[in-house]
Design a protein around this ligand. Structure first.
Ligand code: GLN
Length: 309
């Protein structure tokens, strides 16, 4: 175990918390705007079942873009490598997560990777099932298994709020449909995608999910292989190359932890073979990453040599 006491972690949280003042809570999805600017929480979950935490641990938040990496794992299990990567690429973009620009200029027109919205919408489109409800429940069940918590579900209010304001994501879907990359009704796909993004967790759940990725798909407590090791590795690789949007390169250099962030302020960090980390800090920097969360992970990585490189 790296940390000897929760006190040590509390001191790091206190130091990183000073950065929240420079960030801004996302409000382009109106329901997210209710979050508290100064919150910062972290949980770290170890393979032996021990965990430590600090900050506002009781706060629940929605996965948002963190869901993209989990959906990718589910879809890879359902459809296989060839099918998925015929429809979405493997390369970082260097553009903001919601950019439409490269869809227009790149040939072939498939989105560059599954961590930007265009690619994530294609991946969500691939979730198997007959109805939106059946498909979201398959994803929720998978997340319950990863988090080892049977009560996880999605937040209706956040899902509805995003559904009503997701004009840019609708534009991406129409572009993808025009180019035959998706063949689903756009409103139906936006319904599924916004429910996926609204799946609600806390830092502890997030750390538990991250731990399974860190352990190459094995639930360390039950010993069950929840997802194949190669799929867990593909997900971690995307977390390194694209997980923090167009700040992924800088994060890899400064921190060196496979991680995925979301606009609710969550960051999921999977330190290979060592631990799962869940962070929540809703004040975001200009690229949409938790400003204090980034600092906290950087401080911890330096102090405890978590950098995988
Ligand atoms: N639901 C959000 C969106 O599509 C997710 C984006 C994010 O977390 N960066 O805009």
């Amino acid at each position: 175990m790296i940390f000897q006491a929760n006190d040590e972690l509390k001191a790091f949280v206190a130091e990183a918390k000073t950065y929240t003042i420079n960030g801004k809570v996302a409000d382009y999805i109106p329901a997210l705007g209710k979050a508290s600017q100064n919150d910062l929480a972290i949980a770290i979950y170890y393979p032996d079942g021990q965990w430590i935490s600090a900050g506002e641990m009781e706060k629940e938040f929605t996965l948002q873009s963190i869901s993209k990496v989990i959906t990718l794992a589910l879809v890879l299990m359902d459809r296989g490598f060839e099918y998925v990567f015929e429809r979405v690429g493997m390369e970082p973009t260097g553009d903001p997560f919601n950019s439409i620009a490269k869809l227009e200029t790149m040939a072939p027109t498939k989105p560059l990777n599954p961590m930007i919205n265009a690619g994530a919408l294609v991946v969500t489109h691939m979730i198997m099932g007959n109805t939106v409800e059946e498909r979201i429940q398959r994803l929720v069940s998978f997340i319950r298994q990863l988090a080892n918590k049977s009560t996880i579900g999605y937040c209706e209010e956040v899902a509805r709020s995003e559904f009503e304001s997701a004009h840019l994501n609708r534009a991406l879907c129409h572009f993808l449909k025009q180019h035959n990359i998706i063949d689903e009704d756009v409103e139906q796909l936006i319904d599924l995608y916004t429910k996926q993004c609204a799946i609600e967790i806390n830092c502890f759940d997030l750390a538990r999910i991250a731990l399974v990725f860190a352990m190459d798909g094995v639930d360390p407590e039950s010993g069950i292989q929840i997802m194949p090791a190669d799929i867990a590795r593909i997900c971690k690789t995307f977390m390194v190359t694209c997980g923090m949007y167009n700040a992924s390169g800088e994060f890899a250099i400064k921190t060196g932890i496979p991680a995925k962030s979301g606009v609710s302020g969550g960051i999921m960090g999977a330190v290979p073979g060592l631990c799962g980390i869940g962070v929540f800090g809703p004040a975001l920097d200009e690229k949409g990453n938790s400003i204090a969360g980034l600092k906290l992970l950087e401080l911890l990585s330096k102090k405890y040599e978590l950098n995988m490189f």
